[in-house]
Design a protein around this ligand. Structure first.
Ligand code: SF4
Length: 155
């Protein structure tokens, strides 16, 4: 089951979207200089399942996209649970985004999202706003994905 620590509104995670960010705990990436150490705690915070519909209802007029900051413990059950939430988000005509902090490709379960960020955080390469970053943000374009990482440099 997925747990979250908090939510916030932001213009910065996805260019061109106002996102409601939901911070998911259970992160297994163990990055050096982790910016949010509490997210590494397993099953920490509130169960997403109990609050997701209320959160969407509360924020749907204030955000265009819901962005999951993290993917939980990396178990198949967590991925399936998150995909259920993507369906709910699409039903209310919002976009869905995933900030995945792993070095991986866009996996099959991620195909449901409108935006996917990939790549582990390395202090010497920096975040998405750094020209030297290893991280990538992809936007779904029909059946394809477009790398839109460069758009962070326009901020
Ligand atoms: S992905 Fe984010 S929360 Fe997880 S260890 Fe890395 S910096 Fe911390």
């Amino acid at each position: 089951m997925l747990y979250y620590t908090e939510v916030d509104l932001s213009y910065y995670e996805i260019p061109g979207e106002r996102t409601l960010n939901i911070y998911i705990s259970g992160c297994q990436n163990n990055c050096e200089d982790c910016h949010y150490i509490e997210l590494q705690r397993i099953d920490y915070g509130n169960p997403v399942k109990a609050y997701i519909e209320n959160i969407i209802e509360l924020y749907r007029r204030h955000a265009t996209c819901i962005c999951f900051m993290g993917e939980g413990k990396g178990e198949e059950a967590d991925y399936a649970e998150m995909c259920e939430y993507v369906s709910i988000i699409h039903r209310v005509s919002m976009k869905a985004a995933l900030y995945c902090g792993r070095d991986t490709i866009i996996e099959s379960w991620m195909q449901r999202f409108d935006y996917v960020k990939l790549g582990k955080y390395y202090p010497d390469k920096g975040p998405l706003t750094n020209r030297n970053t290893n991280q990538k943000l992809y936007m779904k374009n029909g059946c394809d994905w477009t790398d839109i990482t460069e758009r962070f440099l326009e901020y």
